[in-house]
Design a protein around this ligand. Structure first.
Ligand code: ASP
Length: 434
């Protein structure tokens, strides 16, 4: 018999968790059963995701940066690529922040439910308030100072310091490019292999996802038996999807403005990669198809696509960064926290860096969300709130991630005069000839 696809298994896990919890709430002892015997599995699942966060950043960032290889020869292309990648990511985070502040999905949770959630998940709100106050007291350049660790082991020893680990990984990757090829090779090979192992670990953890979401959802339902929460999740999902849709429109506009290619040309060319991204939730798995479509159907020179796309799959995740911004502010709203303008500006920086550090595999964006939450002083327990709808949102954000990579490859190719007439002509638009 054919194995059921993981996303269906997860959907079944979610529904079963909700139904099981609803059944349990009918009995006086039901809540205790769920809290004592089911919830721990959800906690273990979330912990295992957090566990791999630091090794994940090290492996994927060092590999991503060192893949830049010959900096001197590719510095022009590299500079443009990284510049546009960061620009689109910052744009995506900003769109996410504007939408979540306007729509306020977390505020549709009633005071009682919010109170319950705060009691259930954050334990001690005073602690968070104290943290927020401390943040306000620190100087304007504190975030910059905090970025540079004085000791790597200490930085890697606390999930809250993940930005420092990111700094180290980028610094290390740059060093790796600058030393002699012969000396760099064994180190690079090591990190390539290390990266593979981490990706495999994510696979293994995702195998437990149906059970994990069953436990998380069951615990959520018995501990917060209110429809409000699901209504609020609906608005949260809507906010993310709206933001992602805006990004797709933006990509098409950018392609049209800078390369004069019509949206129909761009979308037709890239759509098989988008569909694959949607069904696999992995930019890495989609990469071979993205390369083929961009080169053969969009006319990007292979020299550009083979450089821009693999790096993009590792570091350019506009959909992920938009989602992380929305999720962070949603969780803060749900916990009744007021985020200052400074904290929101901080989210722009952390979500940009966290999306760069996210591996191109299912669920990676959620692992890295921990950084954004930790830096903004938002309770990490809030992850439990959004897990229920994470998989469908992962499918949507991965589609945007891949579309973003394709867009940037077209812009870079155009700026270097490396955008040609596509080899395969499967559309009717008039392609401007050079
Ligand atoms: N699944 C996404 C990707 O592969 C990453 C994420 O979890 O946001 O692009």
């Amino acid at each position: 018999m054919k194995k059921l696809a993981l996303h269906w298994q997860i959907v079944i896990g979610m529904v079963a968790g909700v139904l099981f919890a609803l059944l349990m709430t009918q009995f006086s002892w039901g809540k205790m059963i769920v809290t004592d015997w089911v919830k721990p599995f959800g906690t273990i699942f979330i912990n295992s995701l957090k566990l791999i966060a630091v090794p994940l950043i090290l492996a994927s960032l060092i590999k991503g940066v060192s893949d830049l290889k010959d900096i001197s020869k590719l510095s022009k292309m590299g500079g443009r690529t990284i510049g546009i990648y960061i620009l689109t990511t910052v744009m995506a985070v900003s769109i996410g922040l504007v939408l979540v502040n306007v729509i306020k999905p977390g505020n549709s949770i009633s005071d009682t439910t919010r109170q319950e959630l705060v009691e259930n998940y954050s334990g001690n709100t005073a602690k968070y308030k104290a943290q927020a106050a401390k943040q306000k007291e620190s100087g304007p350049l504190q975030a910059l100072v905090d970025l540079v660790p004085s000791n790597f082991i200490n930085a890697a020893g606390d999930n809250k310091n993940m930005l420092q680990v990111i700094f180290f990984a980028i610094f290390f990757g740059v060093g790796l490019i600058l030393i002699k090829e012969k000396q760099a090779k064994p180190v690079k090979d090591f990190f390539d292999g290390f990266n593979e192992v981490i990706l495999k670990l994510i696979d293994l953890i995702m195998m437990a996802a149906p059970v994990g979401v069953f436990a998380l959802l069951a615990a959520l339902v018995v501990e917060s038996p209110s429809l409000d929460l699901f209504k609020a999740l609906g608005w949260y999902a809507f906010t993310v999807v709206l933001g992602l849709a805006i990004m797709i429109v933006l990509y098409n506009s950018m392609v049209f403005i800078f390369t004069k290619k019509k949206p129909s040309f761009f979308m037709k060319g890239i759509s098989p990669a988008q569909l694959l991204a949607f069904s696999t939730s992995s930019s890495a798995a989609t990469l071979p198809v993205t390369m083929e479509r961009v080169t053969e159907h969009l006319g990007v020179d292979e020299e550009v696509s083979s450089f821009v796309l693999p790096i993009g799959a590792t570091i350019n995740m506009d959909g992920t960064s938009l989602y992380q911004a929305v999720a962070a502010v949603f969780i803060a709203q749900a916990f009744g926290m007021d985020l200052t303008l400074g904290a929101q500006l901080g989210i722009i920086v952390t979500a940009t860096l966290a999306s760069i550090g996210s591996a191109a595999v299912p669920g990676a964006g959620m692992v890295m969300l921990v950084i954004v939450l930790a830096q903004a002083g938002i309770p990490e327990a809030g992850l439990a709130l959004i897990f229920a709808v994470d998989r469908p949102l992962d499918m949507c954000r991965t589609t945007v991630n891949v579309t973003g990579d394709a867009t940037v490859s077209m812009l870079v190719a155009k700026s270097l005069g490396k955008l040609h007439k596509p080899k395969v002509k499967d559309w009717d638009d008039n392609y401007p000839t050079k």
